[in-house]
Design a protein around this ligand. Structure first.
Ligand code: NAD
Length: 482
């Protein structure tokens, strides 16, 4: 039994849920209990939303842009000042490799506050549009942005701190207050954010965290709450559909970043080594639990065998962490069984790796590659969200585009080719929100991020985050004649 207790953070204070319910967080590396977490009741969610509203109407709502953005920079520094606590918390919730968390996830999670602080500082706050009037006079339209209000942010478990700060930084940069619900599987780093907010002096109630599950728990209570003005959600498509229904009550805005079944198209004229290295990462990094990761690969017939052999070698050489938990491990393994039932050829993997005695209770899965399935197979169409991919040959460019686009998802894609013109032609014809050419996962946070179809609605990043987090208002003044 762990003695680490994770509490809600409401109105600047860590508090136990009023219902007295707790749940466990399991360390997926070895199956041990890493923390116990309080579950927020409706009364707790009510209090969090009410605190956020009061904060908006108080000091936070009156604060100058400069003072607000100074606080955001302070939050970034505050996270880094507690870097080791964040690293330990993230690793015990997710079982991720130390280097990945220490060198990428925590620094990037912190940096998002700096990035959105800079974007908010750089974007013009208002403009005047002059309208000529029939009597020869003019009217001045002053258009400016106001915070949208109280934002509910609901996060998944795959990149816990990065997801939490990706939601929190723009919400706060544009003057909103918020209630964040992290995934029940990975609540620890979001919980630590409360401490940083207090240390930098963020006014009480601006940032709140409630813990629990989805339906009939903290997530469901939060998205249904009439005091919430907009909902920013990242997670599974099915959950997104339920949240969109909730957001219809009260006509509240919603941003949905959902699942994907992302294709990668590889031409014979690509830089082979670069492509293998990039594709191996896009399939297996973070145990394949990256929404932008690749699960379908289309390879030009002339290099198909060479490609399959090289990716097999790369997969077998990779060290990856466990899946996020035993339930998700079970889901991944059920797809591994399904692939075989559907007649796939297992190129590598397909099961649980051999691990040291102390890790046998963990949620480990092997990096897995298949070939030989028809495009109609469930495995080629459904998101697994694990370290796996199916490789299909193609002969003509048009064939590759048709297969890549034959998906109800549309989040991300990659094209690998030495012919820039061809690569761009194909990238333009793929129905996705982001397409990389000769690379993967290069992310400039000023650019639009989001998907089409079942991958979501809305865009995050840069001024797109501003658009979601603000209401544009016009004050039209009829100017006195001179
Ligand atoms: P999930 O949908 O199961 O859960 C996400 C969050 O929603 C959790 O905090 C959960 O408690 C909450 N939730 C569940 N049901 C709810 C309800 N009815 N009302 C309110 N909240 C509810 O997703 P997950 O398993 O945590 O994450 C994996 C999924 O997230 C994958 O499908 C992946 O593709 C997707 N994802 C997408 C992106 C993106 O940017 N498009 C990024 C990361 C992950």
């Amino acid at each position: 039994m762990s003695n680490r207790k994770i509490l809600n953070f409401i109105n600047g204070e860590y508090t136990e849920g009023t219902a007295g319910k707790f749940f466990d967080v399991i360390n997926p590396a070895d199956g041990s209990i890493s923390a116990v977490v309080t579950e927020a009741s409706t009364a707790d969610v009510d209090r969090a939303v009410a605190s956020a509203r009061i904060a908006l109407d108080g000091e936070w709502g009156q604060m100058s842009l400069t003072a607000r953005l100074d606080l955001l920079d302070g939050i970034a520094d505050g996270i880094m000042a507690h870097k080791q606590d964040f690293i330990d918390a993230e690793i015990s919730d997710t079982g991720k490799p130390y280097g990945q968390v220490a060198h990428m996830e925590i620094p990037r999670g912190a940096d998002q506050f700096r990035v959105f602080s800079k974007i908010a500082a750089d974007v013009a706050e208002s403009e005047i549009i002059e309208t000529p009037l029939p009597d020869g006079g003019v009217a001045h339209n002053r258009e400016f942005r106001k915070p949208k209000g109280v934002i509910a942010a609901i996060c998944p478990w795959n990149l816990p701190l990065i997801m939490a700060t990706w939601k929190a930084a723009p919400a706060l940069a544009w003057g909103n207050s918020m209630v964040l619900k992290p995934s029940e599987e990975t609540p620890s780093t979001a919980a630590l954010l409360g401490m940083v907010m207090n240390e930098v002096g963020l006014p009480k109630g601006v940032f709140n965290v409630v813990h629990g599950f989805g339906e009939n728990s903290a997530g469901g209570f939060l998205v249904a709450h009439p005091g919430v003005d907009a909902i920013n959600f990242t997670g599974e498509t099915r959950t997104g559909e339920a949240i969109m229904k909730s957001s219809a009550v009260g006509v509240r805005d919603v941003s949905l970043e959902l699942g994907g079944k992302n294709p990668s198209i590889v031409f014979a004229d690509c830089n082979f080594e670069t492509a293998i290295e990039g594709i191996a990462k896009s399939c297996f990094f973070n145990c394949g639990q990256i929404c932008l990761g690749t699960e379908r690969i289309y390879v030009e017939q002339s290099i198909f065998d060479k490609f399959v052999a090289a990716l097999k070698q790369a997969a077998e050489a990779m060290t990856i962490g466990p899946a996020v938990g035993l339930t998700h491990q079970k889901k991944i393994l059920s797809y591994y069984r399904l692939a075989e039932q559907e007649g796939a050829t297992v190129v590598t993997g397909g099961g649980i790796p051999i691990v040291d005695e102390e890790f046998v209770g963990g949620a480990w899965v092997q990096p897995t590659i298949w070939t030989g399935l028809p495009e109609s197979a469930r495995l080629v169409n459904e998101e697994v969200f694990g370290p796996c991919c199916h490789i299909q040959p193609f002969v003509r460019e048009e064939e590759a585009i048709i297969m890549a686009n034959d998906s109800s998802y549309g989040l991300a894609a990659c094209v690998w080719s030495g012919d820039e013109g061809k690569a761009h032609r194909i990238a333009e014809s793929l129905n996705v929100g982001v397409c990389w050419v000769n690379g993967w996962m290069v992310r400039d946070l000023r650019t639009a991020f989001g998907g089409v179809g079942m991958s979501g609605i809305g865009r995050e990043g840069g001024i797109h985050s501003m658009e979601f987090h603000t209401e544009l208002k016009n004050i039209c003044t009829i100017m006195p004649s001179v």
